[in-house]
Design a protein around this ligand. Structure first.
Ligand SMILES: Cc1ncc(COP(=O)(O)O)c(C=O)c1O
Length: 396
């Protein structure tokens, strides 16, 4: 057997991921593997530097507080925001719930979503009592912004779209989405979970009002994510969880709360998570998000061509999708596809990907999904294609 070719390995960072070995990990859209630099930052934080933040008067606590706040500054800078505009949350899901629960509706009770949203950008709005409208998709699986423009009304408080679809990889024209939202006085929330690890993001240039993402998809730890919001919007939002760290004064008669971001960070935060996130931000910045994006686009183009060349394989989504390709093998349930691929050391996700309305739009119950990262390369694609040929042989 020929040695696997590592074509498209321009970034050459695979060796920095100790958990990869010879495994073809194509599930980075679910969660990214961690580079050694992030693992070491987390290990050092627990084994050498650990202390609480914001409350301790001793030196190590002050140092840890500094590290926590430097992470906030780095995460906000990564997306073109200011530190006081970035709230640490448990993840993107909590970030969207925070906005849905606390944004003053100002008499507008509707939210405009799209058909391709992750459940994390649907259910929080429903639970917060919003009436939901869903924009259809173009035939190749992009959010139809002409339709969005026609559907938006003065009753909509928020337009909330995925910046990059977690199933199809479709990239939103976020600037146009912002212009449409603002034309009717609505705010634009971007779910940036899949965009931040894959594209350069600048919230100011995009015209976003809120931006949500998770550290664990950005090569960082689980349990921490970010909500960026325009300062004046955050200032007008009440706290949604109470406890330590978010108060100014407390008495049984009256409690006063701090300004954002502290207002929204009740309780002891994920201190080491913030340290790990900072290391992840440094890691992607060193590599360059332009370079990561170009690398993943090349892999996606190659994957789409290879899959389309296999008879009986359906590939979904637009050609210029960012790092994510969904597909199905005719007559084979994606769970079976993923199980056979697993035997060939290829890890893909199979299921509805927390996007059931999108599955209905595609007319399927589920898809298989290959998603790439900075460490992915041509050998991963070769293994995927060989695995799919095996799927076809098994089900012939
Ligand atoms: C587009 C998108 N939005 C939201 C989420 C939710 O992220 P988390 O589970 O990290 O909160 C995901 C995770 O898969 C996602 O892909």
């Amino acid at each position: 057997m020929n040695a696997p070719t590592r074509i498209n390995s321009a970034l050459n960072v695979r060796d920095q991921f100790p958990a990869l070995g010879n495994w073809h990990y194509l599930d980075s859209a679910a969660t990214a593997q961690k580079p050694q630099a992030v693992i070491e930052a987390i290990t050092d934080a627990y084994s050498r530097d650990y202390a609480t933040v914001h409350r301790g008067v001793y030196e190590r606590s002050a140092t840890m507080t500094d590290a926590y706040e430097r992470s906030r500054a780095a995460a906000s800078k990564l997306i073109g925001g200011k530190p006081n505009e970035l709230i640490f949350t448990r993840g993107a899901t909590e970030a969207i719930n925070l906005v849905a629960r606390t944004l003053p509706k100002e008499g507008r009770n509707r939210v405009l979503l799209s058909t391709l949203e992750h459940h994390s950008n649907i259910v929080p709005w429903q639970l917060a009592g919003y009436e939901v409208d869903a924009v259809p998709l173009t035939p190749d699986g992009q959010i139809d912004l002409d339709a969005a423009e026609a559907m938006l009304s003065e009753k909509h408080c928020v337009v909330a779209f995925a910046h990059v679809s977690n199933v199809l990889g479709s990239i939103l024209d976020a600037r146009r989405a912002a212009a449409i939202a603002h034309s009717k006085g609505a705010l634009l929330l971007l779910d940036g979970c899949q965009a931040v690890p894959r594209l350069p993001v600048d919230v100011a240039a995009l015209g976003a009002d809120f931006y949500a993402f998770s550290a664990h998809k950005l090569y960082g730890p689980t349990g921490i994510g970010c909500l960026w919001g325009r300062a004046e919007l955050l200032a007008a939002m009440p706290p949604w969880q109470g406890g330590g760290a978010m108060i100014d004064t407390v008495s049984f008669d009256r409690t006063t709360v701090l300004d954002p971001p502290a207002r929204f960070e009740a309780g002891t935060p994920h201190i080491v998570g913030a340290v790990g996130l900072h290391a992840a931000v440094n890691w992607v910045e060193n590599l360059g998000l332009d370079a990561i994006h170009a690398h993943e686009c090349a892999l996606v183009a190659q994957t789409r061509d290879a899959l389309r060349a296999i008879p009986g394989v359906t590939v979904y989504g637009p050609d210029d999708s960012a790092g994510i390709v969904s597909f199905n093998v005719d007559g084979v349930h994606p769970h079976d596809t993923a199980t056979i691929l697993d035997d060939a050391a290829v890890a893909v996700r199979a299921g509805h990907h927390c996007a059931q309305p999108l599955m209905r739009w595609l007319g399927v119950e589920a898809t298989a999904r290959a998603s790439f990262a900075a460490h992915s390369d041509g050998a991963d694609i070769e293994a995927l294609v060989k695995g799919i040929e095996q799927v076809k042989r098994v089900f012939a």
